[in-house]
Ligand binder design. Structure first.
Ligand code: DGJ
Length: 692
């Protein structure tokens, strides 16, 4: 809902539990007024009357107070918008008009600077404020966008801000770290062409929040290419967060007359429910407004990667499929290695037809076999890449990103296709469309296994547009494939969690969280991941023990299953080597997962105890039912294992635990906790409770 002051210069957006207000001064300066608990329009109008600080000759009265700081004038903060034409640089806008979209309630504020139109968009989705900007060249000459961020978020005056971020690297993604903010700027982002394993495009700020209490301000960017979020504590201690596509200010796009650029969405959320409350609000937002068909359950999948790596044949995959069906798997996915000359990572990328040696009859017979076993069938692709040793590269060496006369850097023996080129886009569309029509394929794992390094485009007058246009082309390709093949679900993967963001989640059904399938490491990765994204998209596999992918750690099937059951359960071990006893046990875990799946995938998540070494636990709640997943890393000195205090229950109700048969009062579970029965090292349990 948007309330507007009579003079049409103060706006208040309200969600069910929050408010956001802004004001336009007589000099057309757009000032931030409020972001936090719900307020009335009269409150916003009082804030609008507060005189600006200063005046001081060495500080700006605008810095730290503007909704979208442009370049130029009395501003010393990093500009969100930096524009250059043949005649000038910077922006001096005048307000043109505003309106509220009747359909989705988007507030649009329009400004103009001599033909360069800037429109700021605001839309409430629950308590999440979505913000984005459109820059349109309505003038006669080209306009260069050096930088066009999606939004600047302004925090209220408080002391002692702390910044939380999700950092990492390959096989160690989305680990939560919190540290005090100090003066100056903290910049996170990616200059790699994809979202990156190094940072999820998310930042959260608080002063004294705990998991379940206190104010948390968070923002998350929906962009799957290079990006930047800058958190700045200004000289007067005010904090602003600015973010958008592109890492640097060195040029994003050149807009010809009549062209425009729309930034990705930079979403913001205020919550006073602590980090847990903020996460649940983010999850609800993504399930309702971002993730396609989020109300549908994600199936239990089998993925062949760790079982067979590149060494695959039709018969061997069929044998794995039979084992997978026996334990209750619902979707069988053949990973890398089924196409072209792909017997290692040195060849084949780009040639999206089944290998004549390994799948001489194509994919259809295997897909039919998998379907006959009662499962869906999926495949792996990495369409944005090419190996130099491939038919595609031999035919079209000019289709890769490269600078003429410079080395084409190979990473994992592969080069990046220039998706900004229309002929490349059409090639991919045709081949993928044909592939998806060639066999009953229900699922595509879409991988991306190297960063941009030589982002050149010979012959193109403004080659750096490739960074933005690659992502736009990727989105368009995914959207087109989804529309043409509505039965196919997509998984976003980038060497694990290298491309996870709200942009990708808007067009994929789940993500591959990390290549790290060690069930213990995974707990911390999942703890970080769920700060922002819901379990409904967080794929997790049970693989072999000792762990083959990473660290050789041995763990029980129980521990591996309970770890993976916290998200979208998958199995990735070599089932042909699992003993009958292990397979029987696996079948029981898969059955149990299917029973708790509605809670895990669609319920509310409470992180009861973080994975810091001893006991950790999460709880999912939906209606009358709740389930607790708990893990004990190591028990020392025989010390008693703590109870886990549950959340979100009715204190006056009673709950029966299916595992123990015991009945507990809600108040007891909330205030004194549940005993998990865990002991020793790497122990885990699932405890189901139902209100009676
Ligand atoms: C990286 C992915 O994260 C793995 O799961 C697997 O699909 C390999 N690529 C295949 O090359």
């Amino acid at each position: 809902m948007v309330d507007i002051a009579e003079d049409g210069r103060t706006w208040l957006l309200s969600g069910p539990g929050s408010g956001y207000a802004l004001h336009l001064t007589g000099a057309d300066e757009l000032l931030h007024l409020h972001w936090g608990p719900p307020i009335a329009l009269a409150d916003a109008e009082e804030l609008a009357k507060r005189p600006p600080p200063g005046p001081w000759p060495f500080e700006s009265p605008l810095d730290g107070r503007e909704e979208y700081p442009v370049e130029g004038g009395p501003r010393f903060v990093r500009p969100a918008l930096s524009v250059r034409t043949g005649r000038r640089r910077g922006t001096e806008w005048r307000f043109v008009s505003y309106d509220v979209d009747g359909e989705d309630g988007t507030l649009r504020l329009r400004f103009d600077d001599d033909g360069v139109g800037v429109t700021l968009h605001y839309r409430m989705r629950g308590d999440v404020v979505e913000r984005w900007v459109t820059v349109a060249n309505g003038g006669p000459e080209p306009v260069e966008l050096l930088r066009a961020d999606a939004a600047t978020w302004t925090l209220p005056d408080r002391e002692g801000w702390r910044l939380s971020q999700l950092h990492g690297r390959w096989a160690a993604e989305s680990r939560l770290i919190t540290a005090p903010l100090t003066y100056g700027e903290k910049v996170i982002g990616s200059r790699r062409g994809h979202t990156g394993h190094q940072h999820l495009p998310w930042a959260a700020l608080d002063t004294d929040a705990t998991e379940e209490r206190g104010e948390v301000y968070g923002c998350a960017l929906g962009w799957s290419g290079s990006w930047r979020i800058s958190v700045a504590q200004l000289p007067d201690a005010r904090v602003q967060i600015t973010g958008g596509a592109g890492h640097d200010d060195s040029g994003l796009l050149l807009l010809a007359p009549g062209e425009s650029y729309t930034t990705p969405v930079f979403a913001g959320l205020w919550s006073d429910g602590g980090f847990g409350g903020a996460s649940r609000a983010w999850h609800a937002y993504q399930r309702a407004h971002v993730i396609p068909d989020a109300e549908r359950d994600r199936p239990v999948l089998f993925n062949s990667w760790e079982a067979t790596y590149f060494d695959i044949t039709e018969e061997q995959q069929a044998a794995l499929a039979r084992r997978a069906a026996e334990i209750g798997v619902e979707l069988f996915v053949v990973d890398d290695g089924w196409f072209g000359a792909r017997t290692s990572d040195r060849a084949g990328l780009g040639d999206w037809t089944p290998s004549p040696d390994r799948f001489p009859r194509g994919l259809k017979p295997l897909a039919d076999h998998v379907h006959a076993l009662g499962m869906r069938f999926g495949i792996w692709v990495e369409p944005e890449m090419v190996n130099p040793d491939s038919e595609l590269y031999r035919a079209r060496p000019d289709w890769v990103q490269h600078h003429p006369g410079r080395t084409r850097t190979e990473l994992r023996n592969q080069l990046v296709l220039n998706l900004a080129r229309e002929d490349v886009r059409e090639y991919l569309w045709e081949h993928l469309d044909t592939l998806l029509s060639s066999a009953p394929i229900d699922y595509v794992k879409w991988d991306f296994n190297r960063c941009f390094t030589d982002a050149g485009w010979p012959g193109e007058p403004y080659p750096q547009r490739l960074w933005v246009d690659h992502v736009r082309a990727l989105y368009a390709l995914l959207d087109r494939l989804r529309a043409a093949h509505p039965r196919v679900a997509f998984e976003s993967c980038s060497g694990g969690g290298g491309r996870i963001d709200l942009g990708m989640l808007g067009r994929t059904d789940q993500v591959w969280t990390s290549d790290n399938t060690d069930p213990l490491d995974r707990l911390a990765i999942q703890h970080g991941f769920t700060q922002l994204h819901p379990a409904r998209v967080m794929a997790a596999w049970v693989t072999d023990s000792p762990n083959t992918q990473l660290n050789g750690r041995a763990s029980s099937l129980r521990f591996r299953f309970v770890s993976a059951m916290a998200g979208v359960l998958g199995v990735g071990g070599d089932l042909t080597r699992w003993s009958p006893r292990e397979r029987t046990e696996a079948r029981r875990w898969v059955e149990l997962y299917k029973e708790i799946r509605p809670l895990v995938q669609h319920g509310e998540l409470y992180r009861l105890r973080p994975p810091t070494g001893g006991l950790s636990a999460v709880q999912y709640l939906r209606g009358e039912q709740t389930v607790v997943l708990a893990w004990l890393q190591a028990q020392h000195y025989g010390e008693p294992v703590p109870t886990v205090r549950l959340r979100g229950l009715d204190p006056s109700a009673s709950y029966e635990c299916r595992e123990t048969g015991e009945v507990h009062r809600g108040a007891v579970l909330l205030h004194h906790g549940l005993r998990t029965g865990l002991k020793g090292d790497l122990d885990a349990t699932v405890l189901r409770l139902r209100r009676i």
